[in-house]
Write a protein that binds this ligand. Structure first.
Ligand code: FAD
Length: 471
């Protein structure tokens, strides 16, 4: 225990869970347990602090399962997860009052709306003499600690990651606690009453469209750990060479687990360091590549921290001049539903709808097709992914869209337009991924191409001239 966290009286410590739905390597929980006082574990659903906008459908489904799993883990260790719904400030204030809590601990969030809420709560608690403390649990490198020589933020990945990895390595993860001492309190107190998760209506019911999600994913900490260890044992050595091929199953599939904090990047980092000890040559380079991809997640958060409007504003203002034509709703629906007549695009969009996820290479191809062959503003695509991805997050999703659009940080140049047919030939040469997701491909039932690739490419490049004129 450090003097910094010592509290004056023996009231319980409230541990406020947010995007960190795990019990192992949870710095706020760890510090609370170190204090030796009882713990009230809290999760609250506050629609104002769910990222850039209310959670999408796939994310809500994931959250339900993840909270169920976290509640079970906490109960197995002797504690209890209290669920509350509403604005965070008043709920925390009431809970502190009801339990006579001595402290409130949490791990940090990085979006502006969330930071504003957390800062206000922290100063309110401190004014009342309640210890409030935040910890680094969701990123390896806190965004404000990585600075250029001039003291600014980074807008290019390679020097950013070099700066991150040049300093002290990330700390070792904290182990799973042996016990979480629950707060006994007065059994009649309202503080012990939790909402019923089922009442939150996070899961779809009529219609229940989540069958494909259930078949594809098992949310929760145990399953995240299992995925990590299977990936490290089976795929890490071939990651660099096969990670771009959607049929290969060569990536970790950890993104939703990282998004919800069921696993921490510190755990991923440490386990990869251990796994790479036996690797040499290209296999070792594969491990370095994998950690650099985890670094792209760090970079997306770094960018979001310094540009909170990432989901709505072009990072490069010259793109504000892009002459987007009026939106064709039917064409947008064809893209969303995987009916564009371009097999890799349709396979990706159908994978997304069915499983709540899409392979990274295909995310790039589908996004490029929407922006550059259909001339649809990247913000339309970002919103659709937000609603349908189980890993949708306020940093990586808009970051990824702006990267493809050319308006973002260290982005692909606008004039580099993916050809979906060449991409399919290169990355799905046996059409395994395509056939898995588009069974009618190659038959008369398959839709005709929505656009002419050559013509739309020329139109996109002509439109881009307007942006070039601005920069
Ligand atoms: P792996 O290849 O195993 O990588 C390990 C981890 O590194 C991932 O789990 C993820 O946390 C991180 N990572 C890998 N690539 C990236 C990347 N390019 N940017 C940021 N982090 C990365 N990722 C999200 O987590 N949430 C999103 O909402 C999201 N939206 C995207 C939208 C677009 C248009 C694009 C092009 C990419 C998006 N990505 C997003 C990044 C990437 O596609 C996913 O992280 C990746 O497909 C997840 O698969 P994996 O866990 O098997 O990754």
């Amino acid at each position: 225990m450090t003097s910094e966290h010592r509290t004056d009286h023996a009231g319980p410590v409230i541990v406020w869970f947010r995007d960190d739905l795990r019990v192992a390597d949870h710095p706020a929980l760890h510090a609370a347990i170190e204090l030796g006082q009882p713990i009230v574990a809290l999760y609250l659903l506050d629609q104002q602090s769910t990222g850039i906008r209310p959670l999408g459908g796939a994310a809500r489904w994931w959250l339900h399962q993840s909270l169920r799993s976290l509640g079970d883990s906490i109960a197995a260790l002797g504690g209890r997860l209290v669920l509350r719904r509403g604005a965070a400030g008043p709920i925390i204030a009431r809970l502190v009052h009801e339990t006579d809590a001595s402290a409130v601990f949490w791990n940090r969030r990085y979006g502006l709306a969330e930071r504003t809420i957390d800062t206000a709560i922290k100063s309110d608690l401190r004014e009342r003499g309640v210890d409030a403390h935040s910890f680094a649990g969701s990123l390896l490198f806190e965004p404000w600690t990585i600075q250029t020589g001039q003291g600014g933020s980074y807008s290019v990945f390679t020097p950013f990651w070099r700066a991150c990895t040049a300093g002290a390595p990330p700390r070792a993860p904290y182990p799973t606690p042996a016990a979480i001492p629950g707060w006994a309190g007065d059994p009649t107190t309202a503080a012990l009453v939790s909402d019923d998760l089922d009442d939150w209506g996070l899961q779809p019911s009529s219609p229940d469209w989540a069958g494909g999600l259930r078949a594809s994913w098992t949310p929760g900490e145990a399953s995240a750990q299992a995925l990590l260890h299977i990936f490290l044992a089976e795929s890490l050595p071939r990651y660099a060479t096969e990670r771009d091929e959607p049929a290969q199953n060569a990536t970790s599939r950890l993104s939703p687990h990282l998004r919800w904090g069921e696993i921490s990047p510190y755990q991923v980092w440490a386990a990869t360091q251990t796994a790479q000890r036996g690797l040499r040559g290209s296999e070792l380079a594969s491990a370095t590549r994998f950690l650099a991809e985890v670094g792209w997640r760090e970079f997306a958060y770094h960018v979001l921290f310094h540009a909170p409007d990432l989901a709505t504003e072009n990072l490069r203002p010259a793109f504000d001049a892009f002459p987007w034509p009026p939106l064709d709703q039917d064409a947008l629906a064809a893209w969303q539903q995987g009916r564009t007549g371009f097999a890799l695009v349709d396979a990706g969009m159908r994978e997304l709808w069915r499983t709540g996820s899409m392979h990274n290479r295909v995310r790039m191809v589908t996004a490029s097709f929407l922006i550059k062959n259909m001339l649809v503003d990247w913000r339309e695509g970002e919103r659709w992914f937000w609603d349908t991805l189980v890993d949708a997050d306020a940093a990586s999703n808009p970051f990824g869209w702006q990267w493809v659009a050319g308006s973002g940080a260290d982005a692909a140049p606008y004039f580099r337009i993916f050809n979906p047919e060449l991409q399919a030939a290169k990355f799905d040469p046996h059409q395994q991924y395509i056939r898995e997701n588009v069974p009618e491909y190659g038959t008369d039932a398959y839709p005709a191409p929505l656009v002419d690739l050559g013509e739309t490419r020329r139109a996109a490049l002509a439109a881009y001239e307007r942006v070039k004129g601005q920069s």
